[in-house]
Design a protein around this ligand. Sequence first.
Ligand SMILES: *Cc1c(COP(=O)(O)O)cnc(C)c1O
Length: 388
Amino acid sequence: MMPTYSPPELLPVRGEGSYLYDEEGNKYLDFMAGIAVNSFGHCHPYLIETLTKQANELWHTSNVFRIGNGERLAERLVEHSFADHVFFANSGAEAVECAFKAARKYHHSNGASERMRIISLKGAFHGRTISTVAACKVPAHCDGFFEGDLGFDQVEYGDMEALQAAVTDKTAAIIMEPVQGEGGIRPATQDYMQAIRDLCDATGTLLIHDSVQCGFGRTGKLFTYENYDIAPDIMTLAKGLGGGFPVGACLTNKKVGDAMIFGTHGSTFGGNPMATAVANAVMDLMHADGFLDSVVERGQYLQDGLQKLIEQYPTVLESTTGLGLMIGLKCKVENTKLLLGARAKGLLLAKGGNNMVRMLPPLNISTAEADEALQKVADVCEELLAAA
Ligand SMILES: *Cc1c(COP(=O)(O)O)cnc(C)c1O
């Protein structure tokens, strides 16, 4: 394999619910969930049943033919969101690629072909393809990969004046994560969300919500924008959408989707029968009575617990932020120390920007599992205190 990753020695071989087991039989409480992907933990019986049934019927035909599961999933996504059109991809970055293409194509087909530029916010993460890294402008992700800026501008997060100044007659769209993920958990404020929507409306700029990480139930709403009641024009989904099976989606309102006419975009695997079968099943689970509300309650429970730990260990932990089960814990010590300490105690957490660790557990964790995670974080804090 290319040396693009540097994983630890442990080799996961089996998953069950919120737990992961390595080849030596060590057990880990998985509060990383494949980076906010395994929305219902590992090997959920209903998802296994769905995939197994589909595997016995039909795996792949390509988009040359109609895909029944995809049509059904698209209808359901449209029914429950602002959107009128859906394009299925295989990953988050591909969903964002589709969003960029749709935004530019919309203006192009409406006689404004000069509107090509897209503005992103500092701290954003939109993927690892050429255009998604160009959008985020992180030097380590960009250096050596392209020339020029590929039509992307960026402004400081939270700076509305800078954003207003950056929107010109060449701007096609603004892209933002309603809750920043990789950059460190940062939920947008209601005012910020509204100000960006208003700016877009006033200037004919399209608003893209990259909800790849925060979307599909993670924040306690099916789609993150529902927390704000402010709809984008374009929205991307991926990570949690397939509950562990690779699938992405780009949703648009009618005017944007209408511009993506026959032949303008495509994908061989996108929305294939397996991927869309399991995404439909994930959606079934999301719609179980009271489920999304329980995500909010679980998130609050964890954040309350973390708040107590922050008061207990003020030299180790600094603060907690989050929405639903997308939780950030900002550290006073180096975040990797907390991350590695937790792993040694059998708790998997995700790293985040801004010296955070992220808690991105399965959305169906039990109270006992939440308590177990909090206890392990407390144990690591004790250890780090003793070592200091
Ligand atoms: C992970 C992520 C992506 C990229 O998804 P991939 O499936 O890795 O391509 C894009 N946007 C956001 C907000 C993400 O968190």
